[in-house]
Design a protein. Structure first.
Length: 386
């Protein structure tokens, strides 16, 4: 895997996802400033996740048809538009519509990045490669979250969205400028003729789907931390955090992801089954401990631990899924994983918001913990077949 050839695209990923990272603490704070209920806010983030789910497969199709370069140009336009529309969203209906539009572009760059790993590296490098891409995106969200908190406090929420739009456009201009200096295979990407898998034992579709489903709760947890928890931090009287502290909490999550995803993805391949079980169990413990966390320091520490758990489960489960996928079904495996990711992004804020409204914030924590317990049972069953 010659990452030097992909410096332009990786740079684009980093800068453009930094813009999305800036918006991560800004969006929930902006929605709460509109005096929307916690349930409606949860719905807006669920719609965002649903949009990702619906368009992830479509972006893969677009990538196959027109190549990476044209795909990147298209996704830049689709990303900038919602940043410009967010300040105009003054009602629940318009906020939901903008979140739907914002979700359309979200999976595109990740689809391109994962395709690069599969096409340009050996099977043994997949875990580390997936972890590396995850680390790049996590660093971007870490940096962006910190910038977002500062921008929101110093220049206001509306100006933060305009800054995100400008940064997204700047990243594309920079990408086009440096792309001429590096080789980047855009037209043959995802060519079925060059796909190579490990040739591992084939699993039935039901088992492959269950293996993908194992990752649902980790994405539920990540979505909950980046959508519902900033509101909890700034509105619950026992915490009384600021916008900057909420942004730092999110930044700690992404810092953990940036540190541990490439490390665990590279070193943990031989112990994937055990580590995935440990990661799911530890993440369940995070949400059992959250009711006892009444300070931003304690919540931030648990956010960091949540990132460690994600770093264990995500790259290893994706590698395990790919290794057990029949030849020429790599795209299907990516679809399964992407669907699990998107379901988690939908359910995390939606169910978390409803549980908070009905049973208090402790009910939301218990819901997340229960989802991890369920997936531990599912993965225990699957280990007989892996």
């Amino acid at each position: 895997m010659h990452l030097r050839n992909y410096l332009p695209i990786m740079t684009l990923f980093f800068v453009s996802y930094t813009a999305r990272g800036i918006s991560t603490p800004v969006i929930p704070l902006y929605l709460i400033s509109l005096h929307l209920s916690i349930v409606i806010i949860g719905v807006t983030f669920a719609v965002y996740g649903l949009s990702i789910l619906l368009f992830e497969i479509l972006w893969g199709y677009v990538l196959d048809r027109i190549g990476a370069t044209k795909t990147i140009s298209l996704v830049t336009v689709v990303t900038v538009i919602p940043f410009l529309l967010f300040p105009l969203a003054g009602t629940a209906e318009t906020a939901i519509a903008v979140q739907l539009l914002y979700g359309i572009s979200a999976p595109a760059r990740t689809v391109v990045a994962r395709a690069l790993i599969v096409e340009e590296s050996s099977v043994s490098e997949w875990g580390g490669g997936f972890g590396l891409v995850g680390a790049i995106l996590s660093i971007a969200f870490f940096v962006g979250s910190l910038i977002g908190g500062g921008l929101a406090s110093s220049f206001g929420l509306t100006n933060s969205f305009y800054f995100c739009a400008a940064l997204t456009l700047a990243s594309y201009v920079f990408y086009k400028a440096i792309k001429r200096t590096a080789s980047f295979p855009t037209e043959k990407m995802l060519d079925p003729a060059v796909r190579v898998t490990s040739g591992g034992d084939s699993l039935d579709r039901f088992s492959l789907s269950l293996l993908g489903a194992v990752t649902v709760p980790i994405f539920m947890a990540q979505a909950f931390y980046t959508s519902i928890m900033p509101i909890a931090v700034t509105t619950l009287p026992e915490i009384s955090g600021t916008a900057v502290e909420a942004a730092v909490m999110i930044a700690l999550l992404y810092l953990s992801l940036a540190i541990f995803q490439p490390l665990i993805g590279s070193l943990g391949a031989g112990r994937a089954k055990l580590l995935i079980t440990v990661g799911l169990a530890a993440n369940m413990l995070v949400f059992l401990l959250l009711p006892r966390a009444n300070s931003i320091v304690e919540i931030g520490a648990l956010a960091f631990l949540d990132g460690v758990c994600f770093s264990i489960v995500s790259p290893l489960s994706l590698s395990l899924l790919m290794l057990r996928t029949p030849k020429r079904r790599v795209g299907a495996a990516m679809g399964i994983y992407g669907a699990a990711e998107d379901v988690g992004l939908i359910l995390g804020p939606l169910l978390g918001g409803v549980a908070w409204a009905q049973f208090g914030i402790e009910g939301a924590y218990l819901l997340l913990a229960s989802s991890f317990a369920a997936m531990i049972a599912v993965f225990t069953y699957l280990q007989r077949r892996l």
